[in-house]
Each structure stands twice: as structure tokens, then as C-alpha cells.
Design a protein around this ligand. Structure first.
Ligand code: SF4
Length: 70
């Protein structure tokens, strides 16, 4: 799987979300340049829903709730 196609537009990847650069860099490697299909933001946008500005890639629990409320 190649890098996520949302790299240029994603608030997380463009560095506008985290004040923890080291953690962010690890997540970018793991999700954005690795397995985007595991990313919470990617899951939400792939479902055709707006991505909350504060949703982190590892918050798949919240992503699941947004996609299937209740
Ligand atoms: S945070 Fe998720 S949606 Fe954003 S660029 Fe990385 S993998 Fe893609």
C-alpha cells in the first residue's frame, strides 16, 4: 500500500494537530506512509463523512462510532 493520498490536505499530516512531534512522526510513519487503512481519519473520510479536526489516526474507536452511531 502506498502513501496516503490525503497527505497534502490532511490536518494531521500537515502538522496542524499535535504538539507532540515525536509521537506525530511515529504515527505518520505507521499510518500515513504505512497502512492508511488503519487510520481513523482515513476510515471516516472513506465513509464519506467529514473528518473532525481533532480526530487522531489512532482513535479508531471514535471513528467507528462516527461511522456507525449507536
Ligand atoms: S492521518 Fe490518516 S488520512 Fe491523514 S494523511 Fe495520514 S493516513 Fe491519511
Amino acid at each position: 500500500m502506498g502513501p496516503c493520498e490525503k497527505l497534502n490536505s490532511c490536518l494531521f499530516f500537515t502538522g496542524q494537530m499535535s504538539n507532540m512531534p515525536t509521537v506525530s512522526d511515529l504515527m505518520k510513519e505507521s499510518y500515513c506512509l504505512g497502512e492508511k487503512s488503519r487510520c481513523a481519519r482515513y476510515m471516516v473520510t472513506s465513509a464519506g463523512l467529514p473528518v473532525p479536526s481533532d480526530l487522531f489516526p489512532n482513535d479508531t474507536e471514535r471513528a467507528r462510532k462516527l461511522i456507525s452511531p449507536g
